[in-house]
Write a protein of this length. Sequence first.
Length: 326
Amino acid sequence: MSQFASVPERLAEEPGAEVVLGFTTDTRRWLQLALAALWVFDGLLQFQTYMFTKAFATQILAPNAAGNPTWIADSILWTARVVETNPVLTNTVFATLQLAIGLAIAWRRSLRTALAVSIAWSLIVWWFGEGLGGLLLGHASALDGAPGGVLLYLVLAILLWPTTESTVGTFVASRPVGPVAAKIIWIVLWGGLAALNLQPANLKPGALHSMLSGMGTVRPTWLAALIESFAALSAQDGTPLTIIGAVILFLVALGILLPPRWMRVTVAAAVAVSVFIWVIGEAIGAPFGGQSTDPNSGPLLTLIAIAYWPARKPTIPVPLRAGVTA
């Protein structure tokens, strides 16, 4: 083997190595690092002064019990009481764990373990910290963060899971679970968001305006003005806008079934929708008040969409050597 051979050529000449054409593997690693950065950011937000007070339990955790079935509400209230009893200790554990997950995802050797822990922690937080994302309340909407940002961390962990063998596919999300399963996940996610828009409570004339008008107090002022401008469009009757939103989300859900050329259009539309949700519905996570625990669902939906971008060349499946997973 020539010492001047390229890295792919050297790997190809070694038994059990993996060769990947296009950008699929690199894209997956960048997405893993972006996921790691979001976990680190969550941990830093959790270290805000407010989170170490009893108010974190009484004003952020406990309200998630309202409207949920009794057995869910009771478990949330129990968690809130535990946190309220010792807010400094419990919040230190929460914040440190989230920082550790992010840093461990960024380190290749601990990637699998970190993703597994993130899946378990996401389920715990989604239940006890987010009240199942409000999905059982009858008025959850993509614009207000449904199905719960932390649940999307779980979805990303699955779609970005490092594989020991390459699966033929043209997009990153297809490698751990296969193209069919990956597309089913996409349809369930985006189709589910569309269905939430069509809940009776969200189709009431004043529902959309009520959801957005209270966001005018966020900072910076330019963001508040932007949100209030959109809210004004629904001041008389927001039902048509809600239905239009549902149609767009359904088209995004089904667009993943189109050929690669149109699939790229679908993914681009999903990114645009994610940005809109994040800016208008979530006020970019409202990070300026000292009480935000995460950037909300917009950035996570964006990462999920990028994981479905079709590359021009599929991966070549060759058994992978231990230690070179990504």
